[in-house]
Design a protein around this ligand. Sequence first.
Ligand code: SAM
Length: 203
Amino acid sequence: MGNQWQKDKKKEYYYKKAKESNYYSRASYKLLQLNNKYRIIKEGNSVVDLGSSPGGWSQVALEKVGSEGLVIGVDLNTIRPINEENFFFIKGDFTTEEIQEKIINTLNEEVDVLISDASPSLSGIKNIDQLRSIDLVKNVIKISELLLRNNGNILIKFFQGEDFNPILRELKKKFRVVKTTKPNSSRKKSSEMYLICLGFKPP
Ligand SMILES: C[S@@+](CC[C@H](N)C(=O)[O-])C[C@H]1O[C@@H](n2cnc3c(N)ncnc32)[C@H](O)[C@@H]1O
């Protein structure tokens, strides 16, 4: 009971904090906490945010890159308005070639950082949801192979499970540092985890 109360209070805490700071989602704090610890996004970077709606991560990414950087958000759903000259939004499914081409055309060069908080539509059945999550993660990795510059970084949400281990082994060959973590602002009961890969080594 006490534990549930504490969890609800924490949920409320980040929800309120996001409202007060004009962030479009409480998820903004996950990116802020992860970025403070791992320095995934730096000033002047170009960032692609896959699964960006309503826009909380894109807002944080824009703060981190500053006026010299660039952020592209991609989502199946529309995003809340972000009126910054260095922000571009692409509506559609990032697993399709059509949308991947649109990202490439908007960028004109390789990207410094790929971030993805994309969630599959959840069935509530753990194994199915994990497979859907793995499919999204594989797509983000495929896009990173198309777009990411030498020494670039990626941050991806995934749902915990054994099926994830082969992906981790593959990533350890492609990046200098690979870590899995869960920020404080992520609800303990959620099986979501975050994968941080730093220092891409293109083949
Ligand atoms: C948890 S929300 C992201 C929240 C966001 N990081 C924020 O801070 O506002 C997950 C998003 O992933 C998007 N998504 C899932 N699969 C996608 C796909 N294949 N292509 C584009 N967007 C996708 C969903 O539409 C949803 O808006």
